[in-house]
Design a protein around this ligand. Structure first.
Ligand code: GDP
Length: 600
């Protein structure tokens, strides 16, 4: 494909704002939709969990043709990061589409990826989606997006962003929301805007080949796939090239299979040139960061850092008397095979057999990272137990204990900075930077990874759900001393209680949370936040259904929440050393470890 005709755009969207529908529709309208299976089933958002938890876990790519151009859509994870994935994915893009719901406006969960896109100098096209909704308020949403760009210190030319108004569901897009929809409309103006506003990839076809693997995918048919953008030169099947590895070694190889991600699946191609995003198959030891380069003139691209795992948990077969009643996969062998499969595509994950017990030590980049794996396994029919997460310590040459530290970046409304600063101080965080702009405070901390265990939900509470936090591994440093970061006692008025209540009360389909808020405003907010999840709010004293706590004049309410609302991440963050989380396809429950006496 000719370089000037290629456009690589990253798509950034909050969950439910219509990313899958929009991409589906672009593909469909491009006329390359060759069978009836929904594209989304294969390309975007392939995991159920991604949708339910509001995140996109792995990045996938798909391309379509419009007006003799090839447009590559690069999916981005909708949240902070497992080992630098967002950066790696954005390296492939030359521009970004920010998709925003015409009623809700931009949501904090997308700030991190958007911020990274701006730092990478990607031009941004704003797509206001769902303009067909009666409650759509386009002008307000545009203002919100503008304010957000200001908060993220976007340069002036970004503040002048191009806008498209769309209804992905109805398949049309307009440059002006009041324009007439002709013949049912089409989404063409989005494709045209991408071609006009996103630069073609830079790089030279005549230069020696450079293609760096940014993500690994795994396919049962093709095996391990190394995905990346051809930065310079051309890659052709059977051409002898070199693979430059992380350790500096160069090995001559022949590439036998190259695939392009067309909207209806992977298509085998003979060669790929500058700017194309391709998958290389047939090399089982390919890994993130390797560069495919010219054999005669090897020029590896700079290394991609992969943060080391900083926390671990034990995954052990269930030993309770009820073991195996619910799960399809229950043995250590099942668990091991599943973990082996997982590490093929997840470079930030490690596992090893336990030496003193049956089971595995699984290490990753934080509670969310491991809890997504656990939840995936649960849904696939696995039944097993997990222990409390432990931070992975090291020793220096003198035998002194070192622990991992993260660089934590926090963006909060200045109104809420007080409690955040106070808590981070208690968690042994050291503030390195504090900047105030447009009512938002940005704080940068160095903090022991230990301090962050279980902190996320506290942070969301302290910032009324509007704060943004993201962390990357910093270094191993001296042990910071005791940190008390877990809340003892269960029924406190916080969001995490939902999870804890489930675990403690061994509830399967629904749990309840007694809220006794000190602050009635906050009560309203909890109820509000769970409004979608809660099917019923009752006053326990009167047994009466309430929809609004404040209206009832009661200081206590019980919220019934379907199990879907539970977050395993929270549950995991709050277990004690003498407890286990028992994971089965039907439930997640907390129980005492065998042999541990229950404290009276
Ligand atoms: P994703 O999570 O961002 O991939 O969002 P989806 O594409 O799955 O869409 C989420 C929900 O919004 C679905 O129920 C869609 O049918 C709906 N939706 C998507 N686009 C539109 C739109 O333009 N208008 C309306 N009214 N609903 C939409």
């Amino acid at each position: 494909m000719e370089q000037s005709k290629i456009r690589n755009v990253a798509i950034i969207a909050h969950v439910d704002h219509g990313k899958t529908t929009l991409v589906d529709e672009l593909f469909k309208q491009s006329g390359m939709f060759r069978d009836n299976q929904a594209v989304s089933e294969r390309l975007m958002d392939s995991g159920d969990i991604e949708k339910e938890r509001g995140i996109t876990i792995t990045a996938k790519n798909g391309s379509y043709h419009y007006d003799d151009h090839m447009i590559n859509i690069i999916d981005t994870p909708g949240h902070a990061d497992f080992g630098g994935q967002v950066e790696r994915v954005l390296r492939m893009a030359d521009g970004a589409l920010l998709l925003v719901d015409a009623q809700e406006g931009p949501m904090p969960q997308t700030y991190f990826v958007l911020k990274k896109a701006l730092e990478n100098h990607l031009p941004v096209i704003v797509v206001i989606n769902k303009i067909d909704k009666p409650a759509a308020r386009c002008d307000w949403v545009v203002d919100q997006v503008f304010d957000l760009f200001v908060k993220l210190n976007a340069p002036d030319h970004i503040l002048d962003f191009p806008i498209v108004y769309a209804s992905a569901k109805e398949g049309y897009a307009l440059l002006n929301p009041d324009d007439e929809i002709v013949d049912g409309g089409s989404m063409e103006c989005i494709s045209r805007m991408i071609i006009e506003q996103t630069p073609a990839p830079v790089g030279s076809v005549d230069a020696p080949l450079q293609m760096q693997v940014g993500t690994i995918d795994y396919s049962p048919y093709l095996g391990r796939l190394g995905i990346g953008k051809v930065v310079n030169g051309t890659m052709t099947i059977n051409q002898p090239i070199a693979v430059a590895r992380r350790d500096g070694s160069l090995t001559p190889v022949r590439i036998t299979k190259i695939y392009r991600f067309e909207c209806d699946g992977k298509v085998s191609i003979e060669s790929a040139s500058v700017g194309e995003i391709v998958a290389v198959a047939g090399m089982d030891d390919v890994n993130v960061g390797v560069t495919f380069t010219d054999l005669a003139n090897p020029t590896p691209l700079p290394l991609i850092e992969i943060d080391p795992p900083t926390i671990s948990m034990h995954f052990i077969p269930n030993d309770s008397p009820f073991a195996g009643r619910e799960g399809k996969y229950v043995t250590s062998r099942h668990i091991g095979d599943r973990l082996e499969k997982e590490i093929l595509s997840d470079v930030a994950l490690r596992y090893e057999p336990l030496t003193d017990a049956v089971g595995f030590k699984v290490s990753g980049r934080g509670e969310l990272h491991l809890s997504i794996l656990i939840e995936n396994m649960r849904r696939e029919g696995f039944e097993f137990q997990v222990t409390r997460p432990q931070v992975i310590m090291r020793e220096d040459d003198n035998g002194q204990v070192l622990e991992p530290y993260e660089t934590l970046t926090v963006d909060v409304d200045e109104l809420y900075q007080g409690p955040v600063i106070e808590k981070l101080g208690k968690l042994k965080g050291q503030m390195e930077e504090m900047t105030l702009a447009n009512g938002m405070v940005r704080l940068i901390y160095k903090i022991p990874t230990r301090g962050l265990l279980g902190y996320k939900s506290q942070f969301m509470t302290d910032t009324k759900g509007m704060g943004m936090m993201a962390y990357v591994f910093s270094e191993y440093g001296p042990y910071a001393g005791d940190i008390i970061n877990r809340v003892n006692g269960v029924l406190i008025a916080k969001e995490t209680c939902v999870a804890v209540a489930f675990a403690l009360f061994n509830l399967q389909d629904r749990g309840y949370l007694i809220v006794k808020p000190g602050d009635p405003l906050y009560a309203g907010q909890i109820v509000g936040e769970h409004a979608r999840a809660a099917d019923l709010v009752v006053n326990p004293a009167k047994g009466k259904k309430l929809t609004n706590m404040r209206a009832s004049g009661s200081d206590e309410a019980v919220i019934l929440v379907p199990a879907k609302a539970m977050t395993l991440e929270d549950c995991i963050a709050y277990i004690n050393d003498d407890e286990l989380v028992e994971v089965t396809p039907q439930s997640i429950r907390l129980r005492k470890k065998p042999g541990v006496r229950i404290r009276s």
